[in-house]
Design a protein around this ligand. Structure first.
Ligand code: COA
Length: 426
């Protein structure tokens, strides 16, 4: 039998709206800080860590292997290898799965997994023609030769090229895709706003009563490093159903229902978890928060309903765990958009989805709203793409322990039509 993989601890930076608290930091800075804090808090010997895997969706061109830079910066030994993965918004859960595989296969006993994203520091590119002119000019030997490549440029070649939060194969933005799902699945504005309102009220409650506190670290800001960020800055304690209902739709201004209030915001942040084989954890005297029971990845056609991956990944992970939805004490579903959460819940509860997509006669099961995202979700807390999976895994493991629950399920939808699901157990 492969060793069971324990989640010992999780740590994340406070999440901040892009362009605010962390506007002068990079994803590496954020990842490094939370990784260092994770090591310090758990009092492990950094030399125990045999592998580090981190997720990032929009990497820096200067430090594309975020995991390695962050691990070195966090004080992990230079001998500890590290690599970065990109499974879009499911990158940190993929990182957790990769470290879990290393532990299960006996390649490592201790690893760190997580991810980071800085949407305040996305690479801004020149147009292709401008880039070609720059390269040509750099090779020229005379002043005339250096200037000539720029003569043929048109004003539009000077416009910077920023990364789009869109599906490359269809050109639709994530928000437009959520809008399409809301319309095709008949998800009402009221349903979406209710999910958003619950996300904010539950996140506020979990922050105020201290449930989320153990996962947060402080981030000292440059240049003096005297000011520290200690709390998420996106949770709105004043959110009301009326305020949400008054917001205009963003992605289909005429007929749409997806708004700034019921979408996850563009966010900066990092998160990481410490994983260890069960045997090593007990030898070192650590009490795990939870164990990884099973996981699964699935994908749908991105040209259809883009964010329905969890509807396939969840039953797959549950099957691998030998469990059913009703066995779950808690469910953490990443909230990219309220419309995506509602659409996936609808699919899990639908006979047609079971028959047509899963070749089953019975629906996957009912998602009990009282078990879902009990500490709030990505709409309220924010969604640094590469980090979210580690935030969710850490919150789920800790809350499962606090409630003395047995099983927990998490799911994340991702660009490319993918979905990731993982079952934790205690
Ligand atoms: C939806 C989106 C475009 C909104 O961006 P934005 O306009 O910068 O959002 P803001 O935070 O400024 O909110 C817009 C307005 O709504 C208001 N608002 C947002 N959430 C609210 C809430 N919960 N309650 C009340 N008002 C709210 C803001 O106060 C702001 O009002 P103002 O214009 O009077 O200042 C952006 O968050 C986005 O692109 N999200 C999707 C990210 C994505 O694609 N992720 C990938 C997932 S797969």
């Amino acid at each position: 039998m492969p060793p069971r993989v324990a989640i010992l601890a999780g740590c994340r930076t406070p999440f901040a709206k892009a362009g605010t608290a962390y506007r002068d930091l990079t994803a590496v800075d954020l990842a490094k800080a939370c990784m260092r804090e994770l090591v310090e808090r758990t009092e492990i010997d950094p030399g125990w860590v045999e592998t580090v895997v981190m997720g990032q969706v929009i990497p820096s061109v200067k430090a594309p292997n975020l995991a390695r830079e962050a691990a070195l910066g966090a004080g992990l030994p230079a001998a500890c290898p590290a690599h970065t993965v990109n499974r879009a918004c499911a990158s940190a859960t993929q990182a957790i799965a990769d470290v879990a595989c290393s532990i299960q296969s006996g390649h490592a006993e201790v690893g760190i997994a997580g991810g980071a994203e800085s949407l305040s520091d996305v690479p801004i590119l020149h147009s292709r023609r401008m880039a070609q002119a720059l390269v040509e000019a750099s090779r020229a030997r005379s002043l005339g030769g250096r200037l000539r490549p720029f003569l043929g440029l048109r004003p539009r070649d000077l416009v910077p090229d920023t990364p789009a939060i869109a599906e490359p194969s269809t050109g639709l933005s994530m928000g437009q895709s959520a809008e399409k799902m809301a319309q095709e699945n008949g998800i009402s504005r009221e349903t979406q706003d209710r999910i958003a309102w619950l996300s904010h009220t539950r996140a506020a409650a979990a922050l105020d009563d201290g449930r989320l506190k153990p996962e947060l670290c402080r981030i000292h800001l440059p240049s003096a490093y005297e000011v520290a960020v200690e709390a998420d800055n996106l949770v709105r304690r004043d959110t009301t159903p009326e305020a949400l209902a008054a917001l205009p739709p963003v992605f289909d201004r005429k007929h749409g229902s997806v708004t700034a209030g019921n979408s996850s915001p563009l966010t900066d942040g990092a998160a990481a978890v410490l994983l260890m084989s069960e045997e090593r954890a007990s030898r070192e005297g650590y009490e795990p928060l939870a164990f990884i029971r099973a996981w699964a990845v699935a994908a749908v056609d991105p040209g259809g309903q883009l964010l329905m991956g969890p509807g396939l990944a969840i039953p797959k992970a549950l099957d691998r765990a030998g469990l059913v939805l009703a066995d779950m004490d808690l469910i953490e579903m990443h909230e990219a958009f309220a419309a995506q959460v509602a659409s996936n819940i609808q699919a899990l509860e639908s006979e047609a989805w079971a028959r047509e997509k899963l070749a089953r006669s019975e629906p996957v099961g009912r998602v009990d709203p009282e078990k879902l995202n009990v500490c709030g979700g990505s709409i309220a807390l924010g969604h640094p793409f590469g980090a979210t999976g580690a935030r969710i895994a850490s919150t789920l493991a800790r809350e499962l322990k606090r409630r003395a629950g047995r099983y927990g399920l998490l799911s994340v939808c991702a660009q490319g039509g993918m979905g990731f699901a993982m079952v934790l157990e205690r």
